[in-house]
Design a protein around this ligand. Structure first.
Ligand SMILES: C[S@@+](CC[C@H](N)C(=O)[O-])C[C@H]1O[C@@H](n2cnc3c(N)ncnc32)[C@H](O)[C@@H]1O
Length: 294
């Protein structure tokens, strides 16, 4: 929509201006200004007082590039955190792979000043945005960039995810969430991340991790071409869409969960299968797995 507005402004200006002036006219700057104006107007209409915390659509690297979907998924996860994960307003939470804050912004009005929200991501732009916009206004919301390698999100990263220790002391969080992160890291790295989640959780603490799980039903849907992602390359106990870029999208065999949660000391207390494979009546798009540290 914005691109078509910019194109229209540029073409109209070209038609109206004499040829001599056309060469000097800053079409792209002008088009961009109008685009920014329209985007900011939509932001204020949709987000109200949250608008200054919302990044430009073109900077939404961590999911759908749309103001409407940015808002909807943020609100959806606030509900999931409250209703499925039992998140209370005073709890201490860790959000691994928080991106540019789409699931964080609604929490700024739910968590009280007694609570702490710690975001962590490997993408510097997202973390710098969140520090500048969210931490500046809400001191109990902190963000940290970590230089972990991911071929899709941080190809220059220097630390291997399989070796990475989260930069936090043990047993300090009530709730840890990783939304659409295990969908971008292979199971070998996933085992280390799962045991780090367990380490930083207090006893009785909960974790919500989202997946694309390979089950009988989702495999059948994949074979029938109903899935939004075509996980066509099988690599051991997981599948990927792009063999040359596995981190683009990864699906785990459900048996991986059943084996590894108990191994690290986490109990699965709830599993809601998602709609990603064409399933009807699902709670969310990805599969939601709630675990508890015993
Ligand atoms: C699809 S985005 C999801 C962002 C956010 N959780 C959300 O749901 O809106 C995946 C995020 O995971 C981050 N990520 C990928 N690999 C990671 C890793 N090994 N450790 C921490 N974050 C990672 C990416 O940088 C990206 O921000």
């Amino acid at each position: 929509m914005l691109n078509s507005v910019k194109r229209h402004v540029r073409n109209t200006a070209k038609k109206l201006l004499p040829t001599r002036l056309q060469r000097r006219f800053p079409y792209s700057l002008f088009g961009r200004k109008i685009g920014d104006y329209l985007e900011n107007r939509d932001k204020e209409r949709l987000f109200g007082s949250f608008a200054p915390l919302v990044p430009r659509v073109e900077d939404m690297f961590d999911g759908p590039r749309s103001l409407k979907l940015f808002k909807e998924t943020g609100e959806e996860f606030l509900r999931i955190y409250q209703e499925i994960c039992g998140l209370r307003p005073s709890e201490k939470m860790l959000d691994v792979g928080c991106g540019i804050g789409r699931k964080t912004i609604p929490l700024t009005h739910y968590l009280t000043s007694e609570a702490t929200y710690q975001g962590m991501d490997i993408n510097r732009t997202g973390i710098e945005w969140c520090q500048k916009k969210i931490s500046a206004k809400f001191a109990n919301f902190r963000f940290q960039q970590v230089d972990v390698y991911n071929k899709f999100y941080n190809p220059q990263g220097t630390v291997r995810p399989v070796d990475y220790k989260f930069p936090f002391e043990s047993e300090i969080f009530d709730f840890v969430t990783l939304v659409s992160v295990f969908t971008h890291i292979p199971p070998t790295d996933g085992v280390n991340y799962l045991s780090e989640v367990h380490r930083v959780l207090r006893r009785g603490g909960r974790c919500l991790i989202t997946y694309f799980l390979l089950t009988e039903e989702s495999l059948r849907a994949l074979a029938d071409g109903k899935s939004a992602f075509d996980f066509k390359h099988a690599i051991g106990n997981y599948r990927v869409v792009l063999r040359e870029m596995p981190e683009f999208a990864i699906a785990y065999d459900e048996s991986w969960l059943r084996e590894n949660y108990p191994k690290v000391g986490l109990k699965i207390t709830r599993l809601d299968y998602g709609s990603w494979c064409g399933r009807g009546g699902a709670t969310s798009y990805q599969d939601l797995v709630l675990g508890v540290k015993e």
